[in-house]
Design a protein around this ligand. Structure first.
Ligand code: FES
Ligand SMILES: [Fe+2]
Length: 364
């Protein structure tokens, strides 16, 4: 079960083109995306309303797509507008469409009630295309439920253990308790580690005279969006109090989008605002992050396999689980709310149907 009334990242902008058909499953629903000739993005359910063949196996015809099983043609609104050998097309011959918005390089999709798809609710990621920041596009596919990835991202105490040669650094990092604050739709985590050795990825791009003060400050919001201010400055100069002289800074943008119950899309970038004209620095930062995220994938996939062997396994809670417990509680609360709304809507429809079915003689 997934939250529906929220914006999910569906793709990087470059993945959806004016001449192709791009298929991606989002929260268990197959979606076909393409760009119209004017560049606008179309998102249709990737399942022909005739016999269920994927439209992504079809053919572009201008701004329309033709199913290449029996030849139905659909317009960008999902309406069937042509059927071979049948001039009259029933109005219900259509496929579902989804609201989509392209913003700062990410294409966002709304899988719930289209009437509630307010673009103002989309998380802001200006660093993805801002001229003062540089990053490369990242995507990883996972064969686990998305909440296990959220758990990982909500507790950075794993850094020295999972990422000793990339993002990690000294074990002191894990000893620092983060501050966890509740947001309306997520949590905010502030973690400082003072006077520690620079982690390997930072040592690879800058010569540090000594230890550093390192920060990771991020919002993690529903459905699963991580936006982070992170960096490090020479130790002891007061970075925590706001002095970022000589610091290196990043604005991590990560979006975790469920594909199915047991698979997940992971979109990420790690923009930096120093050495922006040096592509080697950008590529070194990116590669460190990719390597680290593959380390995460290894341990999380192993955890998933372990857990799947023991459905009754009961985890033992530790203090480091505070943020992920709060986040999981928020997800459950929104799922319950959506289930209650769906049940109420269903009850209303049933009453209306019962009234419509009532024999005329019994009506006053
Ligand atoms: S399944 Fe698409 S036309 Fe028959
Ligand atoms: Fe990690």
């Amino acid at each position: 079960m997934f939250i529906k009334n929220t914006w999910y990242v569906a793709a990087w902008d470059k993945e959806v083109t004016t001449d192709g058909l791009f298929a991606r499953t989002i929260i268990g629903v197959p979606v076909l995306m393409y760009r119209k000739e004017n560049g606008d993005i179309v998102a249709l359910e990737d399942r022909c309303c005739h016999r269920g063949a994927p439209l992504s196996a079809g053919r572009r015809e201008g701004d329309c797509v033709r199913c290449m099983y029996h030849g139905l043609k659909f317009d960008a609104q999902g309406q069937c507008i042509e059927a071979p050998a049948q001039p009259r097309i029933p109005p219900q011959a259509r496929v579902r469409t989804f609201p989509v918005v392209q913003r700062h390089r990410w294409i966002w999709i709304w899988m719930g009630d289209p009437g509630r798809a307010d673009p103002a609710l989309i998380a802001e990621t200006p660093w993805l295309d801002h001229p003062d920041w540089r990053s490369l596009d990242g995507y990883i596919h996972y064969d686990v439920n998305y909440l296990l990835i959220c758990d990982n991202l909500l507790d950075f105490s794993h850094l020295p253990f999972v990422h000793p040669t990339t993002l990690g650094g000294s074990a002191d990092y894990a000893a620092n308790q983060p501050k966890v604050e509740r947001l309306g739709n997520g949590v905010r985590i502030t973690r400082w580690a003072l006077d520690i050795d620079p982690p390997p990825f930072a040592a690879a791009i800058k010569n540090w005279a000594g230890t550093v003060d390192r920060w990771n400050i991020y919002n993690f919001t529903v459905p699963a969006i991580l936006l982070m201010d992170s960096g490090m400055a020479p130790a002891g100069q007061g970075a925590r109090e706001g002095n970022r002289d000589g610091a290196i800074e990043f604005r991590g943008c990560q979006a975790i989008t469920p594909e199915t119950d047991h698979s997940t899309h992971y979109f990420f970038a790690h923009p930096h605002n120093f050495s922006i004209d040096n592509p080697e620095v950008t590529s070194s930062v990116h590669q460190s992050v990719v390597d680290a995220f593959e380390e995460d994938r290894d341990i999380i996939t192993a955890q998933h396999k372990s857990l799947s062997l023991a459905p009754d396994f009961r985890m033992v809670a530790f203090g480091i689980d505070a943020a992920l417990n709060q986040f999981r509680w928020m997800v459950s609360r929104q799922l319950q709310q959506e289930a209650a709304e769906a049940a109420a809507a269903h009850a209303t429809v049933s009453i209306v149907q019962a009234q419509d079915a009532e024999p005329a003689s019994s009506k006053v």
